[in-house]
Design a protein around this ligand. Structure first.
Ligand code: ZN
Length: 627
């Protein structure tokens, strides 16, 4: 059986679920995600590597070994970008060989390995030993963590331990210098290594890496001496924190490390901290798109209910980190709440970060735009493209898990999963669906002999109800949205499960403390958040001058779902009645009673992840409501 796990919880003390390896799951060509994975493999990954060569990112390593005489280029943390790319390449090669990516990966490995110092240290920015670990914001452990994760991925997916052996030497250097019983203390200003060290422990069975991870987590923000520009002066250690505050990606990576330590140690203090922080995030600080980060300053999560739309920062990496965090928590608890937020981020705030031509990216993902926000091929800080690439490469691994009693289905798309049951028997489960655009999912069990196990189906919280049939017979009247529905039976070959999740257009209101969204609603259908873009609404003066009537059940019934094939694959637009405001010229004007003049019109809304693919465009998600 393949070991291509995203996280390997097979021996984790507190984890209820074990993910299915990435190689065990495949998407059919007509599925929603097949295009993304194919685009990732054939366009995004090879093109980013070419850009790494063009921008000198690999030359930074060649420079260290004397292969090339050149200046170091890129920000001090840019080693991590090639490491994330290597992780993406390894996972992309699990289900389909690709000579170009294999060649590029081999180039990266053969350039990087000789650049490692004799003592195990590896970083292209710090070339003199005395310069190492003098600046907490220099991302040395962050880069190291990404190196470890690339190494683990290459070992797990390709059975090649060359990079893993190098990563172990580097980890040992760090442990011998900063480990739990050492004199020197160091915690990197950008968390990442915490989760990498837990995964290294899972890979090597060497418990010192687990202890080291815990030791570093305990140092984060532990006292005033740890302050960095990004910590927002937080001096509360992880186990005592009540809120996620400061740099979004750093906080969420820290939380991922916390969850990994929870999975391995079952430490109640860590478990409580993870749950507190998660509650704080999803109840007060996350965007409807599953994006995180309300401030450009320090790329930070803001205060409770501080969720501006135009100035939303919501770095693509932060939405990805939210997927990673919820995935970890889901495997510990088997609680569908985590799968709900994983899905929300994935279908909205994550894939808004990549264009439909698979080679332009958003670093920042606002929830409204005056048309000035566009995707780019390259960023000097190119964390988001490589992060998207590794997520899409490992995406099949997000769909299913197993436990001792059976199979868990978290996400829905057309494809096949190869599953090994607890008794060692193997079967396949196929899905057929047009999800996320249609809520009918047909699953078929293919097994050589009858097998008794639980099939746990996730019923998303956005579904008001669901309908489940087995071989045409209705079951599951007790299925509750926001939970898993467990079907225990003896399954025989060809058994067919039909899950129907109604997907009416829904209008979503926001807590009134979010001032940008006061008396506004957003539209959702299934897991997708919708937006209005001016390219589809030429009848309007501006998408920012449109509102809808406060009668949402009638509006929902009048809305028409329009299948379109504009974007190379079928998507859906929603046509709905609305009102266009007649705006005043003056920026400010005296009034005795505020009256808004408006005329009836129609709007076309599209899924948020599709916006900004057709040139400069205004966009909005939250629509004002007219009484
Ligand atoms: Zn990023």
């Amino acid at each position: 059986m393949s070991k291509s796990y995203i996280i390997d919880t097979t021996k984790s003390a507190a984890a209820k679920l074990v993910p299915l390896p990435v190689a065990n799951v495949s998407f059919a060509p007509e599925s929603f995600w097949a295009g993304y994975r194919e685009g990732n493999r054939t366009i995004s990954i090879p093109k980013l590597f070419e850009l790494f060569e063009e921008k000198g990112i690999l030359d930074n390593f060649r420079r260290l070994t004397g292969q090339k005489k050149c200046e170091r280029r890129g920000p001090l943390f840019t080693d991590s970008d090639i490491y994330k790319w290597m992780e993406a390449a390894a996972f992309a090669l699990t289900d389909q060989d690709d000579p170009d990516i294999r060649r590029q990966l081999e180039t990266a490995i053969t350039v990087i390995l000789p650049a490692q110092c004799d003592d195990g240290y590896l970083n292209t920015f710090f070339t003199k030993p005395e310069e190492r670990f003098t600046n907490p914001d220099a991302h040395e452990m962050y880069c190291a963590g990404h190196y470890f994760q690339a190494a683990i991925a290459i070992d797990r997916c390709l059975g090649d331990d060359r990079v893993l052996n190098s990563a172990i030497r580097f980890a040992d250097y760090l442990y011998n210098r900063f480990g739990p019983d050492k004199k020197e203390v160091w915690a990197c200003g950008h968390p990442e290594i915490e989760m990498a060290l837990v995964e290294l422990y899972r890979t090597t069975d060497d418990k010192k890496y687990l202890d080291f991870s815990r030791h570093i987590l305990d140092q984060l923000n532990a006292d005033a001496s740890w302050k960095t520009a990004w910590s927002e002066d937080c001096t509360v250690k992880f186990t005592e924190r009540t809120e996620l505050w400061g740099h979004a990606v750093r906080n969420l990576y820290m939380a991922c490390g916390g969850s990994d330590l929870w999975a391995e140690t079952d430490d109640p203090q860590i478990a409580q901290a993870v749950n507190r922080l998660w509650q704080n995030l999803v109840n007060r600080r996350i965007y409807i798109t599953g994006g995180v980060g309300s401030r450009y300053r320090h790329e930070a999560i803001g205060l409770d209910y501080e969720l501006p739309n135009l100035l939303a920062y919501t770095e693509t990496c932060a939405a990805i980190a939210n997927v990673m965090w919820n995935y970890r928590n889901l495997h510990i608890t088997a609680d569908a709440r985590f799968a709900d937020w994983l899905e929300r981020s994935l279908y909205n705030g994550v894939i808004s970060g990549i264009s439909l031509d698979y080679q332009h990216y958003f670093y920042v993902n606002p929830l409204a735009s005056f048309g000035d926000h566009q995707r780019q091929k390259w960023f000097d800080t190119t964390c988001c493209p490589s992060n998207l690439q590794r997520l899409l490469a490992m995406l099949p691994g997000y769909f299913y898990s197993t436990d001792n009693e059976g199979v868990w289905v978290h996400l829905y798309d057309t494809g096949t999963a190869g599953i090994t049951l607890k008794n060692g028997d193997q079967l396949t489960l196929t899905q057929q669906t047009k999800y996320p655009y249609d809520g009918l999912i047909v699953m078929t069990i293919n097994t050589d002999k009858p097998e008794t196990f639980n099939l746990n189906l996730r019923i998303p919280s956005w579904a008001d109800s669901c309908d489940i049939k087995i071989n045409g017979q209705a079951v599951g009247n007790s299925a509750t949205p926001g939970q898993y529905f467990s079907i225990n039976r003896t399954w025989t070959n060809g058994d067919r499960v039909e899950l129907t999740l109604p997907m009416p257009l829904k209008f979503i209101a926001c807590h009134s403390h979010v001032t940008d969204n006061f008396h506004r609603v957003a539209m959702m259908r299934g897991p997708l958040v919708y937006c209005i873009e001016d390219v589809d609404n030429k009848n309007l003066k501006s998408v920012h001058e449109v509102g809808i009537k406060n009668d949402f059940s009638i509006l929902a019934s009048q809305a028409v779902i329009i299948p379109t094939a504009k974007f190379d694959f079928t998507t859906l637009a929603v046509k709905s009645p609305a009102f266009e405001f007649q705006s005043e010229d003056a920026l400010y004007r005296p009034v005795t009673k505020l009256e808004v003049k408006h005329r009836p019109t129609q709007i076309i809304a599209i899924p948020y992840y599709i916006w900004a693919n057709r040139g400069r465009s205004e966009m909005t998600i939250w629509l004002p409501v007219i009484e």
